[in-house]
Design a binder for this molecule. Structure first.
Ligand code: ZN
Length: 443
């Protein structure tokens, strides 16, 4: 079996440990087989292929724990007026102008471009949530074909809800369940889960049905949870409790539940996340975009909540997302000690992998998956063990990612995404966006 030595200046084997100077890894097949000082690896394995990276940092790849790949088509769409809050954002903009008008070709064009963006940004695994009630059925297999071409580790889902009609909701659940059934374990890197939208677009019976479909298949149920103040207020008014207490009452709040957003939470709800083992994804930048608020992430970290970071389909450069997570909580809670860089790095790698339920993803240790990246480390001041995480979080960007491997296969080399024909990707995405925007112009 082919073996490769990757020999960097610095190795981040695990974000909770100090970075290792002049250490590297040996990759055999799809996994890390050895972690040792570079000299020792060269001595022990003289016949292996070598990737010499004397000015780079080797880390696990990032895990984008929540995205909407189609969302890129919305950037720059002509609008007669900007939405005035989270609810108008959905009701006047996102649903009628974007989600309701997407078709397979648009979604596949966006998926294609964003898979390339993710690889360029050091992302090796992701979870995507497609929201397009009129693109049913068959949208997930179409997307999966695109993802497989880029070789990313991806979990795909369709966000089912009853907001259009009961029949459409059932079609959405069926899309997820059929896709999960078609992606058997060992079938490659693409898998599925069951997704619903929110407690204001799905009733109790629908949520219970979705959770049962997920449990039967051994996959997660995903939902957007309290992205703004609208949902907890709705839940209090209609169910007498806040959103997570309601999910708890339905028997859903547990390790089988992936709750994205979790912006507007009470202390009691943070307790439910921690005590029940609910998985959470945090999107610092898109929370700003929609005016949803700032999530109590330091409190979730302190309580040991399983937590990852996501782009939410907003800005693809994962370093920018990390900077968001690094900075906004310090400002919001008036405390510069919150969210140290190594914690942010953990959330971006192993934390996200744990949130999505990936086994042995997110560290570079023997037996763990060879999902990794090399990041150029020509930084403004000397890199040392004590400052490496902060230097990377503050001063690196997608353009500094030099090399990416997913499941032991090289996907970025010399800073180039091997699966990307950028002019074609841009042309297809522009064409899809123009078709989408043409409808908005008519309104
Ligand atoms: Zn989302």
């Amino acid at each position: 079996m082919k073996a490769t030595l990757i020999l960097p200046a610095w190795l981040i084997a695990n974000a909770h440990q100090k970075p290792l100077h002049q250490w590297g890894v040996r990759v055999v097949g799809d996994s890390i087989q050895a972690v040792a000082p570079n000299d020792e690896l060269r001595r022990q394995y003289p016949g292996d292929e070598r990737v010499e990276a004397p000015n780079s940092v080797l880390s696990a790849g990032f895990v984008n724990a929540h995205t909407h790949l189609y969302g890129i088509l919305a950037h720059g769409i002509p609008l007669s007026k900007a939405p005035s809050g989270f609810w108008p954002f959905l009701e006047e903009f996102w649903w009628p102008l974007i989600e309701n008008r997407l078709d397979h070709a648009m979604i596949c064009a966006a998926t294609d471009l964003r898979c390339a963006h993710m690889l360029q940004s050091g992302v090796t695994a992701f979870y995507d949530c497609t929201e397009a009630p009129n693109a049913l059925p068959g949208v997930l297999p179409a997307q999966a074909e695109v993802v497989r071409r880029h070789g990313l580790r991806g979990v795909l889902s369709f966000e089912a809800s009853q907001r259009v009609s009961e029949d459409n909701g059932q079609l959405g659940l069926r899309e997820n369940a059929d896709f999960v059934d078609d992606c058997r374990p060992g079938d490659g890197l693409v898998s599925g889960l069951i997704s619903t939208h929110t407690t204001f677009t799905c009733d109790a019976a629908f949520i219970r049905q979705a959770f049962a479909l997920a449990q039967e298949r051994g996959v997660l149920l995903h939902a957007h949870v309290s992205e703004g103040t609208y949902e907890p207020e709705f839940a209090l008014q209609h169910y007498g409790v806040r959103t997570l207490a309601y999910y708890d009452r339905l028997g859903v709040a547990g390790p089988g539940f992936l709750a994205s957003q979790c912006v507007q939470l009470s202390d009691e709800e943070i307790g439910i996340l921690a005590d029940r083992g609910v998985r959470v994804s945090h999107m610092p930048l898109s929370n700003c975009e929609v005016g949803g608020g700032i999530a109590p992430v330091p409190q979730m970290v302190a309580r040991g909540v399983t937590l990852g970071l996501g782009t939410d389909g907003y800005i693809d450069d994962f370093f920018e997302v990390m900077r968001g997570a690094f900075l906004i909580h310090k400002a919001n809670q008036l405390d510069p000690r919150l969210m140290p860089a190594h914690v942010v790095w953990y959330l971006a790698t192993e934390g996200g992998a744990r949130a999505l339920g990936f086994e042995k993803v997110g560290r570079l240790e023997p037996g763990w998956k060879a999902d990794l990246q090399l990041i150029g480390a020509g930084l403004p001041t000397p890199v040392e063990e004590h400052n490496l995480f902060e230097q990377l979080v503050l001063y690196r960007n997608a353009a500094d990612v030099e090399y990416v491997m997913v499941d032991g296969i090289v996907r970025v080399a010399g800073g180039q995404v091997l699966s990307a024909d950028w002019p074609a990707l841009h042309a297809h995405t522009h064409e899809a966006a123009q078709r989408l925007w043409a409808q908005a112009r008519v309104d």
